[in-house]
Each structure stands twice: as structure tokens, then as C-alpha cells.
Design a protein. Structure first.
Length: 600
């Protein structure tokens, strides 16, 4: 297991400048610094943040430098990164040295009282030789820029900071404006830039991994400022030269992503898989299998497969374990390879991590068609991953080994054939990080085969030697393929919203799921189990009781497909009344092609 990262956070600047009468007091500066410090100080998890808040310190430059040096020396042996965050006013000295204004800085003595960026860089280089992230939220007076004949200080700051900090281990995120109005518009609580940074850190970025890089944060901050302030906004820039391994420091994962959440198995399935009787758990396995075969969201698919694997390995019933193994085989994913961490269960602090997605170019194809698949492999960790191998379920390599730097993606295409039935493919990727740690991931893709319309058999020609034999007639036509898209979408929504302890709703969900299965059996779409007559009769009686039928129907034989659809409608109405979620049942044929009742 990779050791927990240790981040040092150094906060500098001031919200008030007594020795500089032209610079007024700024509550936005102070609020921004306080909340930035509070954010890093309150971060949960295994990663450690050591915060040194020197904002509004009244110490002179020399004393401030001593405090910074002592802080770096104290943690240099264990720390992995240093974040320097400055909020305040910046300026340029007579020799064009870039400096940061402190609370102790006095007018006409900026040469002595301003914190030169070059001096700060010397202290950092002396006591901290690892990755450094400099974040500057600065405001400049217009006269400070006239000497450089520019109205935009951004390029100047980038040049000055890059010249004094180590070029191979420093990343800079800077937003600078030439007046206070652009920096903190309309009396906002925060500065324009720090307010956007806090929003990104607190809210995170959707569709990203568990950790964010400075580059990701900077890009999102640019979007927020541009959307909110338009042309009047000061857009930040990220500057980061490449390391010797080709990876810019700004792309290393640094901040936790508050928008990242692992997919969780809906409470309805959790209740099924935790039932006391093996029969109930087997029903849960069958429903999970049906859900996966029908198609579900990628995040739910990963946790559902992981749950089936858990049951196949750890359930205390041989029958339940065997049924879970059968489901995994039918889904084409098999049991967990030895030593592999199931998708969605990796520690969010791991340095090396791979993600893989596999999809067909077409989700539904004709029989005996060549299918083209695309495999997308992404390095969503913090370090480069080398010797990456991509294999299918049989162990066949789909391409030669390759390497990926963080956030880089590689796409691979391969082809295979399917006969008259659809199926799934399972892809595994494995690689090594720079410290030889193994990382891996798996993904599955699904393709369906369109079934051709049945062709009626032509009668055989009469033979002169034998009497003509009339063609055999079918009792009913072959059933059409069911399209229950809206029904399944409604059922899935109810399953995802039902609470674990709501026994009544979970019972209705079970009844409607069983009803679909009984309809498929009754119409010849699924093989008839030996005990089906008893099970469908019990189901009908339970529906009548649950839905409070005024008259309990008594069937001398088995319920017809039409009666099953009627029962499904009753249960769906009860579900809608209890959850406000509609499960449409009009996709079930009202006049089924045939009924198995005729053969029973």
C-alpha cells in the first residue's frame, strides 16, 4: 500500500496594510485566506495537511523568512508537496524584482519590507527539494505596471516566478488584476479568484476521479469566472514545465474531489442479498443477473458484479454460491482474478490507478456479424504507469505493452464475431508504476443480436409414391421480442430510491419483478420450471392480498398472460401511490401470441 501523502500548506498575504496608505483594508482578502486555511485544515482521510497560516502576520520580512524555514525543516523528511497560497497586493521593485506585500511593508521601503519572490524561492530551495505549487491571488496598482508598458501583469508574474523557482518541480496558478474592483467585485465575500477556487475545492468536479490536479482546478476556475463575470473577469493561467519523466507537476493529483462518489448498490438489492433464507438470496442473485443482462449504468454494473462475486465466494449456502457463480458465468465476467481489487473498491489515496471502458461500435447487430470494439484505457492516478498490457478473457493480448502518464488515455480497437446470440466481453488491463507497484482494472462490454423474423416453413412437395402429408400447424405464432424499455427504467428508478427499511415498497418491487418473469414464462419466452404452477398461483394470491382486491379471484387453472398483465398494473399503481414513481405496463402485449397454459 502506498504511504499517505503529506502536504504542506503555507498561507501568506494580508488584508490590511497600515504602512501603505494607498492600499485600503480588504475583508475579501481576509475572508479568502481564512476559508482557504479552514478548508485544508479540515480535510478528512488518510492524506495529511500541515497548515502554516502567516496571513496578516505583523513580523518583518526576516522574521517571516525564519518562520517559513523552520516550518519546512520540521516536515521536510515526510512531506511530499508544498502549496504556497498568497492573497494580497503584488508589485515590482526598481530592479524589476517581483515582490509580495506584507502587513509590515511600509511605503518607500518596499525594497526592505516587501517579500521578494526570489528570496522566498531561495528559502524553499534550501529546505524543501520536492514538488512546489505556487498559487497567487494578486492585485496591482496601475502605476506599478507602466514601467513594463503593459496592462496585464499575468505574463510578467509567470516569467518572474518561473525564473527563481526550480523549473523541474514547480507549478504556478496565478490570477492578477490591475485594480481592486476586478479582484473583488460588488463587495463579494471573497476575491474573484479565491472564491472560484473555494467553490471548486468544496464542490469538486463531476465525472473526474477521486483526486484533482492543479491543472484541473485551474481550468474549472477559469470556466467559473468566465461564466459569472464574462469579459470583466481575470482568468487564471497554469504554468508548469515538464519533469524529466515528461509529466508536468500541474498534472499530479493533489486535491480531493468532493464530487467523486463510489457507486453503491441500491438498498432494494442489499435487502435481498441479506435475507436469512437461502431461497430469498437466490431470488436476489437472479434479479441482479436479469438487471445486468438487460443493461444498467456503468457504475451500478461494477458494484453489482462485485456483489455477485462476494456472494459466490463468501455465502454460507452452497446453493446460493453456485447460483451466483452461474450468474457470473452467464454475464461473461467470471470470478475475481487472484489478487485483483474489484472496480469501485480501490483506496482513493493510491498513487497508481488505471481505468478501462470497453464499448461496441454498435450495441445491436445482425446475426453472424463482425463486431468492432473500442477499449479506452486511462491513467487516473498520480504517477506514470508503464508496461501496460490489455488482454481479453482468454488471456490474448490485444496490443503491445505501452505506458501512460497521469490523465493520458489510449484507445485500442479489436474485432470478434457473434452467432445468433449476443454476449459480453471482459477486458483486463495491468501495469506497473515507477516504484514497481502493480495496478489493474477490468471492464465488460455487451452486444445484442437482432433476431430475424421467423420464416414459415413451406410444405414439402407431394411425392408420387406416397400420399400427400399436410404441413404441421402451430398452435400459435412465435412470440415477439419484448421491448420493456420504459418498464425497466421505471422499475430501476424505484429500486434506486427505495429505502432499506421500507418493507412495503420492497415487497411491491419484488412482486412486480416476479410478475415480469411469470409473464415471460406464460407466453413461452422463458422455459417453464417444474414448480411454476405453484409459484405463479402463490404470486397471484400475494398480489391480490397486497393490492386489497375487493373480490379475490379464484383460478381453476393457471392465470392467463392477460391476467398477469392486469395484476402487474395493480402492483404498479400501488408502487406509484407509495413512491410517486410510475412503472408503465403498457409495453406488455395485451394479446400474447400464445400461452403455455394450453400445454400444461
Amino acid at each position: 500500500m502506498t504511504e499517505s501523502p503529506v502536504h504542506l500548506v503555507l498561507i501568506l498575504g494580508a488584508g490590511e496594510f497600515p504602512g501603505l496608505p494607498k492600499l485600503g483594508r480588504s475583508e475579501a482578502f481576509r475572508n479568502s485566506a481564512e476559508d482557504i486555511a479552514a478548508y485544508f485544515s479540515g480535510q478528512p482521510g488518510r492524506g495529511v495537511y500541515h497548515v502554516k497560516n502567516l496571513f496578516d502576520s505583523e513580523e518583518c520580512v526576516a522574521e517571516l523568512g525564519y518562520a517559513i524555514g523552520d516550518f519546512l525543516k520540521e516536515h521536510e523528511a515526510t512531506a511530499t508537496d508544498l502549496i504556497i497560497y498568497y492573497i494580497g497586493h503584488g508589485g515590482f521593485l526598481s530592479q524589476r524584482d517581483y515582490y509580495l506585500t506584507l502587513r509590515s511593508t511600509r511605503a518607500e521601503f518596499e525594497e526592505l519590507g516587501g517579500l521578494r519572490v526570489s528570496a522566498l524561492a531561495q528559502v524553499v530551495k534550501r529546505y524543501f527539494g520536492k514538488r512546489v505549487y505556487v498559487i497567487l491571488d494578486c492585485c496591482f496598482a496601475g502605476e506599478a505596471l507602466r514601467e513594463f508598458q503593459t496592462d496585464d501583469p499575468g505574463d510578467l508574474i509567470e516569467t518572474k516566478v518561473s525564473a527563481v523557482f526550480p523549473s523541474s518541480g514547480t507549478a504556478l496558478l496565478a490570477a492578477s488584476s490591475k485594480d481592486d474592483v476586478a479582484l473583488s467585485p460588488n463587495g463579494s465575500r471573497y476575491t474573484m479568484f479565491s472564491g472560484a477556487v473555494l467553490k471548486v475545492l468544496r464542490c469538486g468536479i463531476e465525472k473526474k476521479g477521486p483526486l484533482l490536479s492543479l491543472e484541473m482546478v485551474g481550468e474549472r476556475v477559469r470556466q467559473l469566472i468566465a461564466d459569472q463575470h464574462g469579459g470583466s473577469g481575470t482568468l487564471p493561467e497554469v504554468h508548469s514545465p515538464k519533469q524529466e519523466d515528461g509529466q508536468p507537476v500541474s498534472r499530479y493529483k493533489l486535491f480531493r474531489n468532493a464530487a467523486y462518489a463510489e457507486a453503491a448498490l441500491p438498498d432494494y438489492y442489499v435487502a435481498l442479498m441479506r435475507q436469512q433464507l437461502p431461497k430469498g438470496r437466490i431470488a436476489g442473485v437472479e434479479q441482479l443477473e436479469a438487471e445486468l443482462l438487460a443493461g444498467t449504468e456503468d457504475g451500478l454494473e461494477a458494484v453489482a458484479v462485485a456483489e455477485l462475486r462476494r456472494v459466490a465466494e463468501a455465502d454460507d449456502s452452497n446453493r446460493v454460491r453456485e447460483r451466483a457463480k452461474q450468474a457470473l458465468t452467464a454475464l461473461g465476467v467470471g470470478e475475481s482474478p487472484a489478487g485483483e481489487v474489484p472496480s469501485g473498491q480501490r483506496d482513493p489515496e493510491v498513487v497508481g490507478s488505471l481505468a478501462v471502458v470497453v464499448k461496441p461500435h454498435k450495441g445491436r447487430v445482425a446475426p453472424h456479424t463482425e463486431v468492432i470494439w473500442t477499449v479506452a484505457v486511462t491513467n487516473d492516478g498520480q504517477e506514470p504507469v508503464e508496461v501496460i498490457e490489455v488482454t481479453d478473457a482468454s488471456g490474448t493480448q490485444l496490443c503491445g505493452p505501452f505506458a501512460l502518464v497521469p490523465d493520458e488515455e489510449r484507445q485500442i480497437e479489436f474485432r470478434n464475431h457473434y452467432g445468433d446470440r449476443g454476449g459480453k466481453v471482459t477486458i483486463a488491463v495491468r501495469g506497473k508504476t515507477s516504484n514497481s507497484a502493480l495496478v489493474s482494472a477490468t471492464a465488460t462490454g455487451r452486444v445484442r443480436v437482432r433476431q430475424p423474423k421467423p420464416v414459415s416453413a413451406k410444405p414439402k412437395p407431394e411425392s408420387p409414391k406416397t400420399k400427400p402429408v399436410p404441413p404441421k400447424t402451430k398452435s400459435a405464432s412465435t412470440p415477439e421480442v419484448l421491448d420493456l424499455t420504459r418498464f425497466r427504467a421505471g422499475l430501476r428508478e424505484v429500486k434506486q430510491t427505495a429505502e432499506l427499511g421500507d418493507a412495503a415498497v420492497n415487497r411491491l418491487i419484488r412482486l412486480i419483478s416476479e410478475g415480469e418473469r411469470h409473464f415471460r414464462i406464460a407466453t413461452g419466452r422463458t422455459a417453464v420450471p417444474a414448480d411454476w404452477p405453484r409459484r405463479v398461483a402463490d404470486w397471484g394470491a400475494e398480489v391480490a392480498t397486497e393490492c386489497s382486491f375487493e373480490v379475490i379471484p379464484v383460478h381453476r387453472g393457471l392465470p392467463s398472460p392477460g391476467e398477469i398483465v392486469e395484476y402487474l398494473g395493480r402492483v404498479a399503481a400501488e408502487v406509484a401511490a407509495a413512491t410517486d414513481v410510475c412503472i408503465p405496463t403498457d409495453e406488455f402485449p395485451t394479446a400474447p401470441a400464445r400461452s403455455v397454459n394450453d400445454a400444461l
